[in-house]
Design a protein around this ligand. Structure first.
Ligand code: ATP
Ligand code: MG
Length: 213
């Protein structure tokens, strides 16, 4: 509620600044102008994430093809890498053979995007000499579970911080909010599943979602 109430006046401030910019284009050159715009945008995003976080366990169920959803996300993610991160290799193997998963489609997409975005950040963080950055999204049905994993060969997570990464507001990035994983875990658990991580500095990181069918 609080984040919602702050977001409304903040949106007014943001619109007012946009109008000023249209009427007086010279302000773009003012010292601190673009930084102020960026900071307001960040606050709006942060408030959006905060309300998402609160609603993490409230699911809006529908029946959808998890396989199709994951394949679409994989295509968009691959496209987003093509333009700027051509040094990252993205592959996926999605074979679920089931068209009717019941869950919250939008929240599900959010989780996968969070994991892929984190993987992209982790890979971009690392300097590769003989190899290349790689991200692999895999989804398969293993006995009575759907197992979705996101593997990267990025910077890895050290043992001393790995236990903290699912806590809200824990971030080790300059522009992170630290809500991505906390929210993702909440969403997966609301679906009756688990989200776990295994990581090492040398090989990278694997996040695994296990969902009951
Ligand atoms: N694939 C990964 N490889 C290495 N570190 C990771 C990976 N995924 C998450 N982390 C670590 O876990 C921390 C928490 O991740 P989380 O997604 O919750 O927040 P964030 O990415 O920092 O910010 P945001 O809220 O914008 O997602 C990150 O700051 C990062 O240090
Ligand atoms: Mg994140």
């Amino acid at each position: 509620m609080i984040s919602h109430e702050i977001r409304n006046p903040l949106t007014l401030v943001s619109s007012a600044l946009q109008i000023i910019e249209i009427q007086h284009p010279e302000v773009i050159n003012f010292h601190g102008w673009s930084q102020a715009i960026e900071d307001i945008e960040f606050m709006c995003n942060l408030l959006n994430e905060l309300s998402d976080f609160n609603n993490g366990s409230t699911l809006h169920h529908s029946v959808f093809s998890l396989e199709k959803l994951l394949k679409n996300i994989a295509v968009s993610f691959a496209m987003s890498l093509d333009s700027i991160n051509s040094n990252i290799e993205f592959t996926s193997k999605i074979s679920l053979n089931s068209d009717n998963y019941t869950g919250d489609k939008i929240k599900f997409e959010e989780v996968i995007l969070n994991l892929l975005q984190n993987a992209k950040d982790a890979v971009s963080e690392k300097t590769f000499t003989d190899s290349k950055g790689s991200i692999f999204l895999c989804a398969e049905k293993i006995s009575d579970s759907i197992v979705i994993s996101c593997t990267d060969n990025g910077c890895g997570i050290s043992d001393d911080i790995v236990n903290t990464i699912f806590d809200p507001f824990v971030t080790y990035k300059t522009n992170g909010t630290g809500l991505g994983l906390a929210l993702s875990k909440k969403i997966i658990e609301a679906h009756g599943g688990t989200l776990i991580v295994t990581s090492s500095d040398e090989t990278g990181t694997v996040f695994t979602i296990t969902l009951p069918v």
